[in-house]
Design a binder for this molecule. Structure first.
Ligand code: TPP
Ligand code: MG
Length: 193
């Protein structure tokens, strides 16, 4: 499974979701797969993406938000997971791209296994699942209620990336344009039923 497999599957299963992507293969892939759609791309600020996704989920409670995070990103901003576990936003899903490396800066290995799903399960407010294929990822996302009326502890999906290829365009985006596009999209689009 490569990163584009993951983002394509997310978009197939959650077509109305707003994606929040971290600096690295995540932002490159979300740009490619959504044709620069109105999502929230972090083009800097490593370690901030999960906190940003939590804030966005709170700001748009009638929209699904999917945080697509590199594993280095997740590690740097890990404390935000404790906040997610505390506030349990029912409209937030977290997907960690577990490629075991800081790919964007040259593929330096992450020295210790992160055990993302196990950590999420250890926190009572989040649930962790590990997936190794798009079939498993789709089944996990489709099994998940997306209605705010059926809240559950947010799902944290550790997606094992075995095929490490650079997914698409540059992740260094214009932050002001990102905010402008997302705001315009939110102002136009009626909330999905
Ligand atoms: C505080 C800080 N330290 C280091 C960097 C440099 N940096 C940017 S992205 C990145 C690695 C990201 O790795 P990961 O989240 O696993 O993304 P991948 O490219 O593997 O998808 C690093 C080291 C930075 N931007 N900010
Ligand atoms: Mg990585």
């Amino acid at each position: 499974m490569n990163v584009n497999d993951v983002t394509r599957t997310i978009m197939q299963c959650r077509p109305d979701a707003i994606l929040v992507s971290s600096l690295g293969t995540a932002t490159s892939s979300v740009r490619l797969v959504t044709s620069d759609g109105p999502h929230f791309y972090f083009g800097a600020a490593m370690g901030s993406a999960l906190a940003g996704a939590l804030g966005l989920a709170e700001a748009v409670p009638d929209r699904q938000v999917v945080a697509v995070l590199g594993d280095g990103e997740f590690l740097m901003g890990a404390s935000a997971l404790w906040s997610v576990a505390a506030y349990r936003p029912s409209n937030l899903t977290v997907v960690v791209l577990a490629d075991g490396a800081y790919s964007i800066t040259g593929g330096q290995p992450i020295p210790a296994p992160l055990h993302v799903a196990a950590v999420a399960n250890a926190l009572a407010g989040t649930r962790g699942v590990t997936v190794s294929s798009t079939t498993e990822l789709a089944a996990t996302l489709r099994a998940e209620p997306t209605s705010p009326d059926a809240p559950g502890a947010p799902l944290v999906i550790e997606a094992t990336i075995t095929e490490r290829t650079w997914p698409g365009p540059s992740p260094f985006i214009d932050p002001a344009a990102t905010v402008r596009n997302l705001r315009a999209s939110l102002a136009q689009a009626p909330a999905p039923a």
